[in-house]
Design a protein around this ligand. Structure first.
Ligand SMILES: Nc1nc2c(ncn2[C@@H]2O[C@H](COP(=O)(O)OP(=O)(O)O)[C@@H](O)[C@H]2O)c(=O)[nH]1
Ligand SMILES: [Mg+2]
Length: 342
């Protein structure tokens, strides 16, 4: 079947790996396309992109927190630091609050006061303004973040925290950062909920507000210790101001430190592999339902298969998807014959 409108996955993958921005944009569009022909190619693209570096390269960072806390402002400040160091950055802004301003990604771009942002090849921002589903992060965000990881040193996903979002983002990111709004009910709710267990780094932005910010920072610092607290990681709470540019360098350094911690503890690969399994399962379930999962042995068998696969789970995903599709076709066939014979 020829689809002149759809890119060839092999060729596109090569261009993405070469860091070509137009190819990244076209790859993201392909992952976002729900047509069956596009889905086939999207899965093929992911499989092509996944080489040996897949599980170890780059740094996937999730930034979450209530609307207005200053997530976009902080991400912009961080981007400045990364770009000054020559580190390439891709951003997926899943932030509905960005939408009314200047259309889509303009808000975040606007906040980045790097004069060259328009022509900076080392920075790519994609706004997915309305993808913060009520029940969590939309499923296309995960493959999109992986595609970006194939060609940028750092990939940041900004999402607005609504409970399930945090849980989802923890299943995407290597490092999760929660940005708190000083003296806000959202933060108090957050501290009371189990979600406080998730972030690796806490940021209390708007330190320029003074006592309110300091109080929130100390509340977070005193909050219940995590059940699964990782030995060797200190869960830093940073008091900083994106507007006044205070505390940014220290904040920035924690991300690199956390990645180094994950690598040293052997957690980076393990975590990514677990994340991949969870999302592959989610994508298969979304596309084919429980019945579809049953056609490749059911959830537990799939998990085992994904856990055992040495190379890329996307290739395994592609194989399972093809298998389900062919089984669905053969399940349907007798009905077709029957229909024809009527
Ligand atoms: N006082 C103060 N305001 C800030 C600071 N950082 C961001 N803001 C403001 O907070 C508002 C929300 O910022 P934004 O980055 O869009 O928040 P997001 O919704 O979490 O992405 C904007 O009006 C910012 O100008 C800060 O450090 N201090
Ligand atoms: Mg924002």
């Amino acid at each position: 079947m020829t689809n002149p409108g759809l890119p060839d996955p092999e060729r596109l993958a090569a261009r993405i790996l070469g860091g070509e921005r137009a190819a990244v944009a076209s790859g993201l569009n392909l992952l976002d396309n729900r047509l069956p022909a596009a889905r086939d190619r999207a899965v093929r693209l992911l499989a092509c992109l996944s080489g040996g570096r897949w599980l170890t390269a780059g740094h996937l960072i999730g930034v979450t927190g209530p609307p207005g806390a200053g997530k976009s402002s902080l991400v912009s400040a961080m981007i400045r630091e990364w770009r000054l160091a020559g580190t390439t950055v891709g951003v997926l802004a899943v932030d509905p609050s960005s939408r009314p301003q200047l259309g889509g990604g303009a808000l975040l771009g606007d906040r980045i006061r790097i004069k060259t942002v328009g022509q900076d090849d080392g920075l790519f921002i994609r706004s997915l303004a309305n993808r913060n589903q009520l029940g969590g992060v939309a499923s296309e965000v995960w493959p999109m973040s992986w595609l970006m990881l194939a060609c940028f040193d750092i990939v940041v996903i900004e999402t607005v925290g609504v409970g399930q979002t945090e849980i989802d983002i923890a299943e995407i990111g290597d490092t999760v950062c929660y940005v708190a709004q000083p003296a806000s009910g959202d933060t108090i709710q957050y501290l009371k909920s189990g979600i406080i267990e998730i972030p690796d780094i806490f940021a209390v932005n708007k330190a320029d507000l003074g006592a309110a910010a300091r109080k929130t920072a100390s509340e977070i610092g005193r909050s219940a210790p995590r059940q699964d607290r990782r030995e060797g990681w200190d869960y830093p709470v940073c008091l900083l101001s994106a507007t006044m540019q205070t505390g940014i360098k220290e904040f920035h350094a924690h991300f690199d430190r956390h990645r180094r911690f994950l690598v040293a503890a052997g957690l980076l690969e393990r975590q990514r592999s677990q994340h991949q399994s969870a999302w592959v399962l989610r994508l298969l379930k979304e596309e084919f339902g429980t019945f579809g999962l049953g056609l490749v042995g059911g959830r537990t068998a799939i998990e085992e298969r994904l856990g055992a696969c040495r190379s890329s789970q996307f290739e395994e995903y592609e194989r399972m998807r093809e298998h389900i599709l062919s089984r669905l076709l053969s399940v349907n066939q007798p009905t077709f014959h029957h229909d024809r014979s009527i």
